[in-house]
Design a protein around this ligand. Sequence first.
Ligand SMILES: [Zn+2]
Length: 145
Amino acid sequence: MEKTTNYEKPLPQIRPDTAPFWEGCKRHELLIQRCSDCGTFRHPPRPMCPECNSLNSEWVKVTKGTVYSYTVVHDRPMPVLYLPGFANDRPLAIVLVELPEAGNIRMVSNIVDCRSEDLKIGTPVEVVFDDVTEEITLPKFKPTA
Ligand SMILES: [Zn+2]
């Protein structure tokens, strides 16, 4: 996707626990954290497994999912949408994508290449990457062809 130099939307703060996730995105790989001891997936990334309290984890590449739920913002009900960077994004579809390759954990994202009126729960999607700055690449999803 096109690289933007004057990106006006909020950007994630990369922390030690999330750095492998964002480094993967930069390489155009969606990596989900999995406990190395019991195999439980977790997202967002964090130090400890909620199932077995292990501090050991590994990263698993995933590529596809399904739309578990979504909302479409048509006019400024959310304060974040008052930011100038979102001025031309309405209607804006925000999706909750379920990732079967990662134990069906769900992540919030945006959908691209899909009109909001065509969006449906259960739509199969695949990850795509938006290089929004030199440092940050955001994972987004598009309907599977
Ligand atoms: Zn565990």
